[in-house]
Design a protein around this ligand. Structure first.
Ligand SMILES: Cc1cc2nc3c(=O)[nH]c(=O)nc-3n(C[C@H](O)[C@H](O)[C@H](O)COP(=O)(O)OP(=O)(O)OC[C@H]3O[C@@H](n4cnc5c(N)ncnc54)[C@H](O)[C@@H]3O)c2cc1C
Length: 550
């Protein structure tokens, strides 16, 4: 039987899914620390998962949230309709995210294939480039140029990254083999961009500039990859090799259900707390408001002050907010982190992302054009302002949803200062060029919904996108949970979340770094892992990410 590809490494090939599935749990804490309070800043995926696992170990996690519960898993309901939502953050989850799906499945949240370009779930796709539209159900329906582009990228990956062998090693969970292939790639590609990888490959050198242009628009899997052209190639290789760009599913009822349901979920097995205890109950029914100050007390504990001035001392603190907020939103005592870590936290580079949604009366796009027999409208990838248009049929009796535009970087910045109505107008006029005979306006219900993550003071950007030369920074942030060799003044504060992970923009990275922090906190509180279920701290010395020379 072929084993599935999962987000197993390649930087730290640790089996998080096996660790959290182990029936005996993640570790044990001494009785003396049962009931101690640990502060968690941020109630997104990373914060809530860490809180849930620490509760199971007998800790009282106290969550602070400055904005909306769920963080970047935000499913905003349309006014006036029942359960009709716009997925403003994470919306398509690759099945290789086995840590994330562990919680999704445990909570009984159902999922379905995401309507990505050229997938059966989308039905049909229109690719509109340089003023020309192509209608397709699969890649084979497109002109040969598109297959040439796809094949060139496959070849470039094979030639430049020993891709097939690396993927096979990930399937086999062969850590030594993964490292044998991956570590030299780290040294070779940290300082080179995605665009460089594509443009300098023999496979693309043999083709025209237009092929690279088309690759940038359509790319692989989800489309729109030219926004990532300036990023470090390592970041793209991780996405490709762990199949984050493939076999994606959406969560029925919205991605936000995951953190929300975990918050009120009573675990089967937990120590110290009575059966039926939930994270919500341990927090008195609500999160604290935003954290504004973090400092070390003379006792060695760490004090967190919230926006209303309430200050409490904690045995450990986990910060899961975007790292820039540790400077802009929170007065964080400088001595809590080494200067090298501050450099990494501050140099973290965020990408921009904007989405604009409307609710419509029905999935009218499935109507057939009598002249051609084709769907009147399709999932659309284009070089026009909208970039990606996604269509969601919520089933009979429910309004449908159109994500008129999902864009990144320059395309997201174009709409940053614009109000939602103007964004909708611009999107509709771009789509009018592609579908002159379709009257989208006549189907719209209620008010549109939009987001620009970079405009929100609780985020300042959508997700990390590492630039060339950022590997060492990421190495420092990711490895920070192993604190044995740190001076006492820097211990007891942990970081986790999208920006700390090796696979930013994918929730699995937030999950994995959250679990690292749990392992670090167990150790910090004097606990241990179980003999037959080693934790990320135990595995780090042997399997930790390769360190590049300074
Ligand atoms: C537009 C977009 C699309 C995405 N698409 C996908 C996708 O399709 N698939 C996928 O797998 N992943 C996707 N992601 C990534 C995924 O959503 C994230 O990796 C994940 O949700 C991050 O979780 P987190 O807990 O690390 O951070 P967050 O969810 O950001 O949680 C951190 C929390 O900290 C809070 N906070 C900030 N300041 C303070 C303070 N001072 N005090 C207290 N709290 C504070 C914030 O309000 C936030 O709720 C997407 C993200 C975005 C933005």
């Amino acid at each position: 039987m072929t084993r599935p590809v999962t987000v197993f490494g390649p930087d730290f090939p640790f089996a998080y899914d096996d660790w959290i599935r182990h029936p005996a749990g993640l570790g044990t804490l001494p009785d003396s620390v049962h009931g101690v309070q640990v502060a968690i800043i941020g109630a997104g995926a990373a914060g809530v998962i860490a809180g849930y696992e620490l509760m199971r170990l007998g800790v009282q996690p106290i969550l602070f949230e400055a904005g909306q519960f769920g963080g970047r898993l935000r499913s905003q309901p349309f006014e006036g309709a029942e359960d009709v939502i716009a997925e403003l953050g994470g919306m398509r989850f690759p099945i290789s995210s086995t840590g994330f799906f562990h919680y999704v499945d445990m909570l009984g949240i159902e999922s379905a294939p995401f309507p990505n370009p050229l997938t059966p779930a989308a039905g049909s796709t229109v690719i509109d480039l340089l003023g020309q539209s192509h209608y397709a159900r699969t890649l084979d329906d497109l002109p040969p140029l598109f297959r040439e582009v796809a094949q060139a990228y496959d070849r470039a990956l094979e030639d430049g990254a020993n891709f097939g062998a690396l993927k096979q090693a990930i399937r086999n969970r062969d850590a030594a083999r993964i490292k044998g292939i991956w570590n030299p790639l780290v040294a070779a590609w940290d300082e080179r961009t995605f665009y460089d990888f594509v443009a300098s490959s023999e496979a693309f050198q043999a083709l025209s500039f237009h092929h690279r242009e088309v690759f940038g628009q359509v790319g692989f899997g989800t489309g729109g990859w030219d926004s990532d052209f300036p990023n470090s190639m390592l970041e793209i290789l991780r996405v490709n090799v762990t199949e984050c760009d493939d076999h994606q599913r959406y969560l029925i009822g919205g991605a936000e259900r995951m953190p929300r349901q975990l918050w009120t979920h009573a675990p089967e097995m937990l120590v110290h707390w009575p059966k039926g205890t939930t994270l919500c109950a341990l927090n008195g029914g609500a999160t604290r408001s935003g954290a504004v100050r973090i400092r070390r007390l003379a006792s060695g504990q760490i004090e967190v002050t919230d926006q209303w001035g309430r200050a409490d001392a904690f045995d450990a603190v986990l910060a899961t907010c975007q790292s820039h907020l540790l400077s802009t939103q929170i007065d964080t005592e400088e001595a809590l982190f080494a200067q090298e870590l501050w450099m990494a936290l501050d140099r973290t580079r965020y990408m921009q992302a904007a989405k604009t949604f409307v609710m419509v009366d029905r999935p009218f796009w499935k109507d057939k054009d009598p002249a051609t027999g084709r769907d009147v409208m399709s999932m659309t990838l284009t070089d026009r302002m909208t970039r990606g248009t996604y269509l969601f049929d919520n089933g009979p009796g429910k309004p449908s949803v159109m994500c008129l535009s999902y864009s990144w970087m320059t395309d997201a910045l174009k709409v940053l200062p614009l109000p939602v109505e103007r964004r909708v107008d611009l999107a509709l006029s771009a789509l009018k060029q592609i579908y002159p005979d379709v009257d989208i306006r006549s189907h719209i219900l209620g008010d549109p919904i939009t987001v620009s993550w970079e405009a929100d003071q609780n985020f300042l950007g959508a997700f990390k996108g590492a630039l060339p030369g950022h590997y060492r920074y990421n190495h420092r942030m990711f490895g920070h949970f192993v604190q044995d060799d740190m001076p006492p003044a820097e211990r007891g504060i942990f970081i986790a979340g999208d920006g700390v992970s090796w696979t930013p923009a994918w929730v699995e990275g937030a999950v994995q770094t959250s679990l690292n922090a749990v392992a670090g906190i167990i150790r910090h509180l004097g606990g241990t892992s179980l003999a037959d279920n080693p934790c990320p701290v135990d595995a780090f010395a042997e399997l930790g990410p390769v360190k590049l020379r300074d």
